[in-house]
Design a protein around this ligand. Structure first.
Ligand code: GLU
Length: 494
């Protein structure tokens, strides 16, 4: 049975790169009828951030990257489910103790009493000598009695992995192929810290083994640590999992994706009104490619198409324009109820409508939604895009618009619009089209057509020279609003 896992540390906002890692694990497990676990790696207490776990579970839930086993949120509480728990590392200290004792017993790990000052000094010296900084092995061979006495006396210590000299560690990575490293190039990794907690490196190996993990799919930043993990598997007599290291997601400048170039957290994207389906679709294609040119994938289609052998070795650039394009595609496909429901919070936030308005204005709001369908890349654009509908008291300051309104045909156009709108029962798109057509026909002599018809009408009604289709705007504004707006223009036109 294939079992893989997403094993984040609770350190604040979920980076899109982490979501991609979780997604690939999810897809791989689903594709192979396997199981996908969520485990919390919280042994670094200094990096812990309040609310991070809730945040994480929330991001996975909304995007549909839901584990089969591990951590879940139920009624606002974090619960654990599965036969391999606990799934929170800080609750597994007893388990780690058993294996560290085994390593100490076998001479594969040792107590180290070096102070921070000493370690800093060693590092400085090595740096000055142009060497790669690493632990100098000072405590590797302390006599057992001395160790016992110092531990009994309460002296602080860490426990380190005792790497053999000149030993070649080998593993196969599904993306990068065979990797071999000589232990002479590795450091005696700390396994247990002074606070008694295991380091990530130790806990990850124990947990992956005990939880029956067959595939470790994770970011390439963990590649340099993998030989140490592999050596631990050797020491403990366990079979190593299949490693799959995913290349970094990159900024436009080909450096690792960072906040400098815009949003990077899943929460930021959702807040801006990117749809979870779009984000998932986009992230799936960042570092993996399907056999054909297909670009739009539902989660089920991704599961169907996903294949480890098509993961790219090189880093993928996070192309924000492509994400916008993809999100716009998903917005266009939304049922109108959902599109409107997703738009409404942005209208409320902008102060355009109140919560109390929503229900009675729903049919109208759905019209606004329809108007937005073709115009949005993401929902945070709603206030800007709908401004013309809500801001009746716009000012016209743009010189080109002002000049256009001074044209001698404009009062004629104005009067015709007022007259035709007044005598209409309703102004829907059809009627708006008819009105404009009639005006054009009736005022052929004055040459009120084309630009001289549409531009001044749009400016008088919205204050803008450009925007959504004019007849749609007129439909959404409706008869009364149209007349109110025209009336405000009266003194300016005549
Ligand atoms: N806790 C590690 C992280 O924060 C997990 C790395 C791994 O998957 O082994 O990314």
């Amino acid at each position: 049975m294939i079992r893989d896992r997403f094993a984040p540390s609770p350190t604040g906002n979920v980076h899109v790169g982490s979501l991609r890692t979780a997604l690939y694990n999810y897809l791989f497990a689903k594709k192979n009828n396997g199981q996908f676990l969520l485990r919390l790696e919280d042994t670094d207490r200094t990096r812990y951030e309040e609310g991070a776990v809730e945040n994480l579970l929330g991001a996975l839930m909304v995007t549909g990257v839901v584990p089969d086993e591990g951590l879940f949120e139920e009624d606002g509480k974090i619960v654990q489910k599965g036969d391999y728990g606990p799934y929170i590392q800080s609750e597994r200290l007893e388990i780690y103790k058993k294996y560290i004792d085994q390593l100490l017993e076998n001479g594969q790990a040792y107590y180290c009493f070096c102070t921070k000052e000493r370690l800093d000094e060693v590092r400085e010296k090595q740096k000055r000598a142009g060497e790669t900084p690493r632990y100098d092995g000072h405590c590797r061979n302390l006599p057992r009695e001395e160790v016992e006495a110092r531990v009994a006396a309460g002296e602080p210590y860490v426990i380190r992995l005792k790497l053999p000299e000149d030993h070649v560690v080998t593993f196969d990575d599904a993306v990068r192929g065979r990797i071999e490293i000589n232990t002479n190039d590795l450091d005696d990794q700390v396994l247990i810290k002074t606070d008694g907690f295991p380091t990530y490196h130790f806990a990850v190996v124990v947990d992956d083994h005990l939880m029956g993990i067959t595939h470790v799919i994770r970011g390439e930043e963990w590649l340099p640590s993998t030989p140490k993990h592999v050596y631990l598997y050797e020491c403990l007599g366990w079979e190593q999992p299949q490693y799959v290291h995913l290349s970094n997601i990159l900024n436009d400048d080909h450096k690792k994706l960072s906040k400098r170039q815009g949003d990077v957290s899943v929460g930021d994207f959702l807040k801006k009104g990117y749809l979870p389906e779009a984000l998932i679709n986009f992230l799936a294609l960042l570092g993996w490619s399907p056999e054909d040119e297909q670009e739009i994938f539902s989660m089920d289609e991704l599961v169907e198409a996903f294949d480890l052998s098509r993961i790219n070795k090189s880093g993928a650039v996070f192309d924000r324009a492509k994400l916008d394009w993809m999100n716009a595609h998903y917005i266009k496909e939304l049922p109108i109820e959902e599109l409107t429901a997703r738009m409404i919070p942005y209208l409320v936030d902008a102060g355009y409508i109140t919560e109390a308005d929503i229900e009675k204005r729903m049919p109208w709001l759905e019209k606004v939604g329809e108007l937005m369908r073709e115009r949005l890349n993401y929902f945070a654009q709603v206030p800007e895009e709908t401004k013309v509908l809500f801001d009746r008291n716009f000012e016209i300051t743009d010189q080109e618009s002002l000049d256009l309104l001074k044209e001698e045909t404009v009062p004629v156009l104005f009067n015709a619009l007022v007259e035709k709108i007044t005598e209409s029962d309703v102004v829907d798109t059809e009627r708006a089209k008819a009105i404009l057509k009639e005006i054009q026909k009736e005022h052929k002599a004055e040459k009120i057509k084309g630009k001289m018809l549409y531009m001044p009408t749009r400016i008088m009604l919205t204050g803008e020279m450009h925007g959504p289709d004019l007849t749609l705007i007129m439909d959404v504004l409706g008869k009364e609003e149209l007349l109110l707006r025209l009336d405000r223009m009266r003194s300016m036109i005549h």
